[in-house]
Design a binder for this molecule. Structure first.
Ligand SMILES: Cc1cc2nc3c(=O)[nH]c(=O)nc-3n(C[C@H](O)[C@H](O)[C@H](O)COP(=O)(O)OP(=O)(O)OC[C@H]3O[C@@H](n4cnc5c(N)ncnc54)[C@H](O)[C@@H]3O)c2cc1C
Length: 305
């Protein structure tokens, strides 16, 4: 039983905002998911330390989300607290000799626009990925010719005991859609990316080109969590799904996109159960017809019963 009154008081003292009963469908790009007990927006590092310590000491389950663009939330919601980075942690970006540092709650879009404004190259690949910097570090997000590991220099993180850690990129165990943050319950608070001076118009042109490619190939008109399956070694999920004739496969409101087989989209009113049914069918058919095993890419919040 979570004592929301006491938790509200802790939040007030720390300058954090608590909103009870927020639907995860409002916090995720898939627009799916029931309510969590409360959403707490953390304005700064001190508030993160205070509130996370309180939650741990009181054994209150919690999870941190970024922009909710790689999440699939259960229909019955989450019996815990959802944390989100706000304030300076979602706004501040600074630069020194090509090293760009920002709060982990900053959107990739704003980080890319900052790089463009300062004529810094290296991050163009990330323009159009609808996540936060923290989410991109967690997933080692990547697209086209780039991935976060190519530019990430270091991060400041909070460990499970409330200690601040400074970790260099080589300590982050970055691999394909993998980082050390999947192995430990640590929270990325800040990240520094190393960029190089470039030609502003060339940077702009590359960002626009990649965004244009996204718009023409991806079903951005429907809610989704982006690529639904990880790339299996030796092939591409979308190619396999397409070859198995699964484009358009539908359960309830969830559908394998007719435009891009790698996306399961919410055509309207999709539930977690609908998405999982579509994914399970896709995994079974692809395995039976091609031998490839497709693994889900989005993280799941709150397990289905
Ligand atoms: C239309 C569309 C296109 C996409 N295209 C791409 C693409 O090209 N390439 C790609 O890699 N991804 C893509 N994605 C997926 C997604 O945008 C990325 O994975 C992104 O990095 C997720 O960031 P987020 O802030 O939304 O994370 P969330 O979805 O909010 O969270 C994902 C996971 O990261 C963890 N997390 C978030 N912030 C932190 C933090 N500060 N500290 C520790 N853990 C944290 C969460 O706990 C959760 O487990 C796409 C998604 C959509 C909807």
């Amino acid at each position: 039983m979570i004592d929301l009154e006491q938790l509200s008081a802790v939040c007030r003292n720390a300058g954090a905002e608590l909103t009870p009963d927020v639907r995860l469908s409002e916090l995720t790009t898939f627009k799916i998911g029931g309510a969590c007990k409360a959403l707490i927006t953390l304005p700064d590092i001190a508030a993160c330390q205070t509130i996370i310590t309180y939650l741990r000491e009181n054994q209150i389950p919690f999870t941190l989300i970024g922009r909710g663009s790689n999440l699939l939330a259960a229909d019955q919601g989450y019996e815990g607290i959802v944390l989100k980075l706000g304030g300076a942690l979602a706004a501040e970006i600074t630069e020194e000799n090509g090293a760009v540092t920002c709060g982990a709650g900053v959107s990739l879009k704003n980080l890319c626009l900052f790089a463009l404004e300062h004529a810094l190259t290296g991050l163009e690949f990330a323009f159009g990925i609808p996540g936060s910097v923290g989410g991109a570090v967690f997933m080692n997000a990547g697209a086209y010719d780039g991935e976060f590991s190519q530019v990430l220099e270091s991060v400041t993180a909070l460990d499970e005991n409330g200690n601040l850690l400074t970790l260099g990129a080589s300590e982050l165990n970055l691999g394909y859609r993998h980082s050390v943050f999947m192995e430990h319950p640590w929270i990325v608070l800040q990240a520094t990316v190393r960029l190089t001076s470039g030609e502003q118009e060339a940077i702009r042109a590359k960002m626009q080109d990649l965004l244009g490619r996204r718009k023409s190939k991806q079903p951005l008109e429907f809610p989704s969590a982006g690529s639904t399956f990880k790339r299996p070694v030796g092939s591409y999920a979308s190619k396999l799904i397409d070859e198995c004739g699964l484009k358009g496969y539908t359960v309830g409101g969830a559908q394998v996109s007719e435009k891009h087989a790698g996306f399961v989209v919410n055509r309207g009113g999709a539930t977690f159960a609908d998405v999982m049914a579509v994914c399970q069918h896709v995994q079974e058919v692809v395995k039976a017809q091609t031998g490839f095993i497709l693994e889900l890419e989005p993280e799941i919040i709150g397990e289905a019963e």
